[in-house]
Design a binder for this molecule. Structure first.
Ligand code: NDP
Length: 436
């Protein structure tokens, strides 16, 4: 806090981790210095990204790559293009990613990156020119054994394609230095779906421990991007009743629940960059709330899948009053600290993003293995691996919490377990590799 007093998001993420590690640090004081070292990113790269719009006017965006921790393997983590990107957001995402990757069975370090460039309302040519300029600098720092970025908010298949094309042109290397690639040129089946599907598999594990099932449960979901949409699809497949979707302008509540046909209609609306309000024209029983959030509607589970700190104290109170019993984070740090306090006091089970949304990195890791082995696994094979990986992460979190006396019935079991399990893996590697 003394060193980076203005980095609100980073301090918030650090505070949550430190809170979970109290028992670990008093039992293993040798890890105090390791934690201090872990909280300082290994490398912060900030660069200028000049690009021209379609009218020929020049703009300057700011590019970032935070190579947070490489103790477990090559850096890996998303790229975010959004006007809200700044150093604090990048550092919190880098820390989250380091711990998330440590919960998987892969040997991957953690990183994040992106730019304050806003891809919204830009032509494909503008986005391409921006991506090329961004890669013009980034290519020096990435590579299959060094750092392998992937997508996040504002970076989907189109942007990944432009970034990869420019990397290939600059280096003349065709290699696995970027995941979330399209299927015909080195991508993996189910990568777009992986985070959303994995999220729902994780929720199933939580429910199974309570001897419950998703079938018939009402689920409030926020966001309408990559994570939210595939979480909705999987919820529908499992017979749950997802009742909401949202974006930065407002939210749709459909008390009857979405089915696959309704979801496809919603995706069509989003793909044409129209307002979600359009949906009410064909589904008059649904309602659109301008600037609204979906947390006040009766539900059993909540899946915040949009952005950091989207769910605040009053939203958390609304969820409690709406009967919600479980919150499973699809986004990275979508709940504010005081929202988490409400969940804790109300005994709402809370699954943190670094565990619940790890499905994306699981399939990114698989994409790298498939590419290196010049093979492509079938969708069924990958889906089975994803389910198994989410189950393993869930078990790892529970086990790590149990070892430090945090038992079933504690609503913070999963957040403490995720932080402890991930930290111990990274800390051990850092200790064994010496003071670097
Ligand atoms: P997308 O860019 O595909 O979608 C983001 C969605 O969130 C959009 O619907 C956007 O609305 C909405 N949104 C953004 N900011 C706000 C806000 N302040 N309030 C309400 N809605 C908002 O991103 P993803 O789905 O990929 O990512 C969503 C979250 O999941 C992020 O926190 C990301 O870090 C996390 N995540 C993503 C992974 C992945 O594999 N993609 C992996 C792990 C985590 P609009 O369309 O209006 O902009």
């Amino acid at each position: 806090i003394k060193r980076d007093p203005h980095e609100g998001e980073f301090i918030q993420a650090v505070s949550e981790v430190v809170h979970s590690l109290e028992a670990v640090l008093s039992k293993h004081p040798q890890y105090v210095h390791i934690l201090e070292r872990l909280l300082e990113p290994e490398r912060v790269i900030i660069f200028r990204v000049p690009w021209t719009d379609d009218k020929g006017e020049m703009h300057i965006s700011r590019g970032f790559r935070i190579q947070f921790n490489q103790a477990l393997g090559p850096y890996k983590g998303g790229l975010r293009f959004h006007p809200g990107v700044n150093l604090s957001v990048m550092k919190f995402l880098g820390l989250e990613q380091t711990l998330k990757n440590a919960l998987t069975s892969f040997s991957l370090g953690g990183a994040t990156g992106g730019s304050d460039f806003d891809p919204k309302n830009k032509s494909d040519n503008e986005i391409m020119r921006f991506c090329q300029s961004f890669m013009e600098e980034l290519y020096r720092y990435i590579g299959p054994n060094q750092d392998t970025p992937c997508g996040d908010i504002g970076v989907g298949a189109k942007e990944i394609g432009f970034l990869f094309g420019q990397y290939r042109r600059l280096t003349s290397h065709y290699e696995s230095m970027l995941t979330c690639r399209s299927l015909p040129w080195g991508g993996s089946h189910l990568r777009p779906e992986a985070t959303g599907y994995g999220l729902v598999y994780f929720a199933k594990e939580v429910l199974a421990d309570m001897e419950k099932d998703l079938k018939g449960l009402r689920c409030a979901v926020s966001g309408s991007g990559n994570v939210a949409v595939y979480a909705l699809e999987k919820l529908i497949t499992f017979g749950a009743v997802p009742i909401s979707i949202s974006d930065s302008r407002g939210c749709i509540i459909d008390e009857d629940g979405f089915d696959l046909a309704k979801l496809s209609h919603l995706m069509d609306i989003k793909n044409h960059r129209k307002s979600l309000r359009e949906y009410t024209k064909t589904h008059p029983r649904s309602k659109y709330i301008d600037d609204g959030k979906p947390w006040g509607v009766r539900c059993d589970l909540a899946f915040p899948c949009a952005s950091q700190n989207e769910l605040n104290h009053s939203d958390a109170m609304a969820l409690v009053n709406a009967g919600c019993k479980i919150v499973v984070e699809g986004g990275n740090m979508p709940c504010t600290t005081d929202a988490l306090e409400v969940f804790r006091k109300s005994k709402i089970v809370y699954a943190p993003g670094k565990a619940a949304n790890a499905g994306g990195v699981v399939i990114s890791g698989s994409e790298m293995i498939q590419y290196t082995g010049r093979t492509q696994w079938s969708p069924d094979e990958i889906d089975n691996k994803l389910q198994e990986a989410m189950r393993e992460i869930y078990i790892k979190c529970k086990k790590a919490a149990n070892e430090f006396g945090i038992g079933v019935g504690n609503p913070e079991l999963l957040v403490h377990g995720a932080n402890i399990g991930a930290f111990l893996r990274v800390a051990r590697a850092m200790l064994e590799q010496g003071c670097v």
